[in-house]
Design a protein around this ligand. Structure first.
Ligand code: DQA
Length: 145
């Protein structure tokens, strides 16, 4: 089996299920983790699934994934809109592929969500499909391995 896929989640995603369900849906992050692990198993992959509310820790994990993963599925939450440090970390671990995922369609929301600091340095971007986006990202990574 190749190195695990790191599925990294940024701030407030621990509140999924309770947080604005009209936008983010009713599934909790635990549900999404279970879905990712099941999909990964079907693809012959393994998943290291994590969430943090802290920007520096997210960057530590991207760096760790640069050494120890086959690729990253990253929902950066709001740090995707703000974090140059996250942009730099993704660049620093090239060529490890990173797929950016957002549950909601960030382009159909407030203007401050339209720009992503990380989109220009990731392999691809999936947004607007809810939890299915995580599965699509795993499928895409599996094709590349
Ligand atoms: C999000 C979109 C971001 O704009 C927001 O800050 C989040 C979640 C999404 O998954 O749709 O926290 O990344």
């Amino acid at each position: 089996m190749p190195n695990p896929i790191y599925v990294l989640n940024g701030p407030n995603l621990n509140l999924l299920g309770k947080r604005e369900p009209g936008i983010y849906g009713g599934q909790s992050l635990v549900d999404i983790e279970a879905g990712c692990k099941e999909r990964a198993k079907e693809l012959g992959l393994s998943v290291e699934f994590r969430q943090t509310n802290h920007e520096g820790l997210l960057i530590d994990w991207v760096q760790e994934a640069g050494e120890q993963s086959a690729g990253i599925v990253l929902n950066p939450g709001a740090y995707g809109h703000t974090s140059i440090a996250l942009h730099d970390a993704i660049r620093a671990i090239a060529p490890v592929p990173v797929i950016e995922v957002h549950l909601s369609n960030i382009h159909a929301r407030e203007p401050f969500r339209h720009h992503s600091m990380v989109s220009s340095v990731v392999e691809g971007l999936i947004c607007g499909f809810g939890p299915i986006g995580y599965m699509l990202a795993l499928d895409a990574l599996a094709q590349r391995l």
